[in-house]
Design a binder for this molecule. Sequence first.
Ligand code: FE2
Length: 377
Amino acid sequence: MTNNPTETTKIHPNAKDFMPILGTDYIELYVSNSKQAAHFYKTAMGFRSLAYSGLETGNRETESFVLVQDKIRIVLTSPLKSGTEIGRHIDQHGDGVKVTALWVEDATYAYEEAIKRGATSYLKPTVEEDEHGKVVRSGIHAYGEVVHIFVERKAYQGAFLPGYRAWESDYQTTSVGLKYIDHMVGNVALGDMNKWVEFYERVLGFVQIKSFDDKDISTQYTALMSKVMSSGDGRIKFPINEPAPGLKKSQIDEYLEFYEGAGVQHIAVATDDIIKTVSELQARGIDFLKVPTTYYDVLEERVGKIDENIDALRKLGILVDRDDEGYLLQIFTKTIQARPTMFFEIIQRKGATSFGKGNFKALFEAIEREQALRGTL
Ligand code: FE2
């Protein structure tokens, strides 16, 4: 269900085709209060109620709310009692992403191929069934405590997965125009980036489409390194960051300290109209990072002619960057939970299929200003 538009679906010449992935199926976060988190995703982010699992469906262990906006599905799960694995995860990490589920044609085959290539098993192929059909899921471990679950749903017509029922809610908000997951970024410890780059190449057949070193991504005080891993058709992009030594504590170090380990740093969601989407999100109370307005004085010199009104971009703080194929517009939210860990990015692509490096400095200086306020720079 959740594939990206065809503009990013060129097959990369170095891609290995043993692991065809159709799209991101869902992202599951373990959170301390799933009911209130679901309200945030509906009210502030424009998601709709999709499915529910909890006491009313006979599940006495956990409560999960599933939300949808266009092709994006988010699952918010909390434990219903103490002493659980999910409770331990929340105690260690705070709210955060546990599962990135990948939609595949055959979840048994995907699992076997991944395990053959050295992945560690999280969930053996498991068939789940209800009156709407059957789903096969399997899973492997990734960085930190993140897991990838392969979902095969061609024989299923239910709201989400067996065990869930449709979540009918009288309260629905309107979409803010979020369409699909563009990329999802992981923060790993110093020295671990290449290990995970190699993991995605070997286990999922991904290719490295970009590499940014500490000279590309640095400010006066801090630096980081990043490599962008992509599925062969470009539908799934997983950049991996690691901190680089600097004069002060980088945002990656801050994340690793407060998340107490490696994990998902940000989820980038795509829109066709970033000015409209960001205006709407701001009106609903989402806080974004701001860059100095001088950023816009030399914008067209740097990225060339763009379709958007620069004053509108300046007012909202939207950044523009360029790669070989076109340009992209992007903006980061502030972190969205108690700990300074995960945030969202809103992105609109106008021809660019990867990433530029022109925005890093402006973005990371903006993050450092937030860190300074927290006393964690
Ligand atoms: Fe990003």
